[in-house]
Design a protein around this ligand. Structure first.
Ligand code: EPZ
Length: 424
């Protein structure tokens, strides 16, 4: 096990490149189960979650070659449809193989993901939608046992809640179903959009891409599409995280390979806090402010403020002059970074009457300490706090961080931070 040793107080300068989006690469890798021919995917992020899903597809019988950030994968030789607990428990997004395996093979067994640190995160909406498409679903010994011996049928489905991987799973399932599927109350995240575009470009008829109502005309199980080569979109959460690194250290840094339209809600909140930006093609530069202002944030589905940026803004708000309010509306337990930030001296209070709301008082001088990462985005919030804490901050259990950030310390150190990865 390793920990990060962050020596705080350094100003940042220079530019870093944003990697491909983990949360786009994951459904895209799962979607290759649908492709008749091998698929090449460029700009693949080099993070642990990608390796985990590729290992799962290899266990199912696929073969792949990952050369730096370019993936070539062939799923034509899949011989198993069982996603086992030992893999799924390490990465809940493995649920994304459920729709593709079921629609292509007519049966599959996928371990239930179980809860995770940030909440119970059920998959009931995925299962209800598949049942509406004619699947028989039962839960036996912690596994989802799904069958559709005559293939899935198109259906008119309304999601009770907006679910990102739920939308992705059912779009993929509908691609090989018989007939037309209409999905209502869909997620509109850029990662969902890219998946739909890749399927459409591969030969699946899809309408309403990027809207709350998506219509898919299934091709039937005998008529798999052939995907063209494509490149993963930039990671909007990685971009937001590094903009917060520039903001919290009040430095001028430039991010390249960023899709500005995917991070409007994040830019808006940073502007409210006093920061300004300049843009050039796919690059964004954040400019310092002489006084960071407090901010009020409520997390919501895209295109509103993303829950995956909530922890980072809690850390940033410790440096604002005044009281910020942040409400987490998507997950019931996504404030575990708060106890750790308080160990660094942050002045944060959870509302006694509403546990989804926290108040952050600033500007607070943070002092380095040992802290523990609890989930992917909480880990990045602790790194941000460490960048400005006096002295050394040691962040333990950084395997959480490695799940979703490619070369984090190398990128930040290239900007002037002092971060070392040491063995426990
Ligand atoms: C995706 O998770 C992301 N992961 C998460 O990013 C992100 O936080 C989340 O969307 C919300 O934006 C990937 O894309 C791989 P949901 P997902 O289904 O799809 C409830 C990160 O940091 N729900 O949109 O699992 C659920 O409990 C990760 O990169 C049900 O009740 O999230 C939650 O309250 C963390 N039943 C809400 O919906 C279901 O069947 C949104 O969940 C499905 C979801």
């Amino acid at each position: 096990m390793y920990y990060l040793n962050v020596n705080g107080g350094k100003k940042l300068q220079g530019e870093i490149k944003i990697s491909g989006a983990k949360n786009s690469a994951l459904p895209l890798i799962a979607s290759t189960i649908l492709s008749k021919t091998p698929v090449t995917i460029e700009n693949m992020p080099n993070v642990a979650d990608i390796k985990t899903l590729l290992y799962l597809l290899e266990m199912l019988g696929s073969s792949y070659n990952l050369d730096n950030n370019s993936l070539n994968i062939d799923t034509s030789s899949i011989s198993s449809t069982t996603a086992t607990y030992d893999i799924v428990k390490t990465m809940r997004a493995s649920i994304l193989v459920l729709g593709p395996l079921l629609t292509r093979f007519g049966h599959c067994e996928v371990s239930l993901p179980g809860g995770c640190a940030i909440g119970s995160r059920p998959v009931d909406l995925h299962l209800k939608a598949l049942e509406q498409m004619g699947a028989n679903i039962s839960i036996v010994n912690g596994y989802i046992q799904a069958t559709a011996p005559n293939g899935l049928k198109g259906a008119d489905i309304t999601f009770e809640k907006i679910t990102v991987t739920g939308t992705e799973n059912i779009v993929m399932a509908a691609s090989l179903a018989d007939g037309v599927t209409t999905l209502r109350n869909c997620a509109k995240e850029p990662e969902v959009v890219q998946l739909c575009e890749v399927l459409r470009d591969g030969g699946v008829e899809i309408r309403g891409i990027g809207t709350e109502t998506i219509t898919i005309t299934g091709r039937g199980r005998e008529n798999l599409p052939s995907f063209k080569k494509f490149s993963v979109i930039p990671d909007r959460i990685e971009a937001g995280t590094y903009l917060c690194a520039g903001a919290i250290t009040n430095s001028e840094i430039t991010l390249t390979e960023v899709e500005k339209t995917h991070i409007e809600a994040i830019l808006e909140k940073l502007e409210e806090m006093g920061f300004s930006f300049s843009y050039e093609d796919k690059s964004i530069t954040i400019h310092p402010t002489d006084k960071i202002k407090p901010v009020d944030i409520v997390t919501a589905e895209y295109p509103l403020f993303p829950t995956d940026m909530q922890a980072q803004f809690v850390a940033l708000a410790t440096q604002a002059n005044g009281v910020s309010t942040i409400e987490e509306k998507l997950f019931e337990n996504r404030f575990m970074h708060i106890n750790e930030l308080q160990r660094l001296g942050a002045d944060i209070e959870i509302d006694k009457d509403d546990k989804s709301r926290v108040y952050i008082r600033g500007k607070t001088e943070l002092l380095g300490a040992d802290v523990m990462a609890t989930d992917l985005r909480a880990s990045s919030a602790l790194v941000l706090a460490g960048l400005i804490a006096n002295g050394e901050t040691k962040i333990h259990r950084i395997y959480h961080l490695d799940r979703g950030y490619e070369s984090l310390e190398a990128k930040l150190n290239s900007l002037g931070s002092e971060i070392r990865r040491d063995k426990e």
